[in-house]
Design a protein around this ligand. Sequence first.
Ligand SMILES: NC(=O)c1ccc[n+]([C@@H]2O[C@H](COP(=O)([O-])OP(=O)(O)OC[C@H]3O[C@@H](n4cnc5c(N)ncnc54)[C@H](OP(=O)(O)O)[C@@H]3O)[C@@H](O)[C@H]2O)c1
Length: 349
Amino acid sequence: MASSPTPLASLTNRQVRLAARPVGLPTRADWNFTTEPVAEPEAGGIVVKTLALSLDPAMRGWMNEGKSYIAPVEIGAVMRAGGIGVVMASKAPAFAVGDLVSAGLGVQQYCSIPAAELKRSGVFRIDTRLGTPEQWLNVLGMPGMTGYFGLMDVGQPQPGETVVVSGAAGAVGQTVGQLAKIKGCRVVGIAGGAAKCAWVVKELGFDACIDYKAGNVRDELKAACPKGVDVYFDNVGGEILDTVLGRLARKARIVICGAISQYNNTTPVQGPKNYLSLLVNRARMEGIVVFDYTDRFPRAVAEMAGYLKDGRMKSKEDVVEGLDTFPETLLKLFNGENFGKLVLRVASA
Ligand SMILES: NC(=O)c1ccc[n+]([C@@H]2O[C@H](COP(=O)([O-])OP(=O)(O)OC[C@H]3O[C@@H](n4cnc5c(N)ncnc54)[C@H](OP(=O)(O)O)[C@@H]3O)[C@@H](O)[C@H]2O)c1
């Protein structure tokens, strides 16, 4: 069993804690920065130094009170976040000092993971032969798995079908569109801005992309999907969902992955007005929560790593430096400033 070569007592842990439940967009006042000493791991536990954190739209939901697929972050608690880190000290037989791991590290510099949580919470060593640590937060990580299972299990795309994905240049969207191309579909993205649209077409090989900030989505969707939409992978909800509902093909499948356009609402969520299109088109709409598929991640990761290796899958990350930038960096997700998977780099290995 390895022990720590670094005197942990000499280290301090800077942390970002939830100070208040935000109304609308979170502000810096909704966060508290704290510092505490780093303790040796408990028997069977490990201490991990955070290298990079995944910043996710879901974080906005975790800041709210109320029932969801996961408990809210308590006021005063370290903000929940997945990340990649390096094991600094280990009293767990399965982990050695120096191992790179994926874990729920939280927005902090060091994370102590007790034995019970190691078993429960899906902490695993990452294989850097398959992808970089950033790719393990993107295509090989939670967003990639969301895209994979949302598309393959819920969307069930068939070769020749038309797949539309919103948030197309983001973490989940880039995986969905590329995977749908690999599976032989016609792929139309919806994204904000000419640069993102050009990138998904020229770099990722989508057949078309609609700039929802510039154009008339309804008319452009009609032109881009002359036979209708067989699979719509929805990352944004709101008006775009309604517009796509108006263009469904018979037996269409709509994957409800997220609704980022609604997360900072101070009024109730805007529901789909066009839902009777499901009836007319004998279509269905189904939600997906990625955590339901953890048992199947290893095989999906192996498949995606193969596509990365043979060049059929690209992985774009938007990396921002520094734990202290967290409050502002998180907002990039909601104003569309992130271009690719948003990653917060906290330290080097
Ligand atoms: N169900 C699950 O298990 C699961 C897991 C992971 C993620 N998700 C969901 O998947 C979605 C995408 O997540 P991600 O991590 O891949 O984020 P992302 O797409 O990398 O980043 C968020 C993007 O959303 C777009 N956006 C922001 N506000 C918008 C608005 N009002 N209308 C339309 N688009 C808007 C922006 O892109 P533009 O510049 O294109 O506007 C922004 O870059 C989110 O809804 C998230 O909650 C669900």
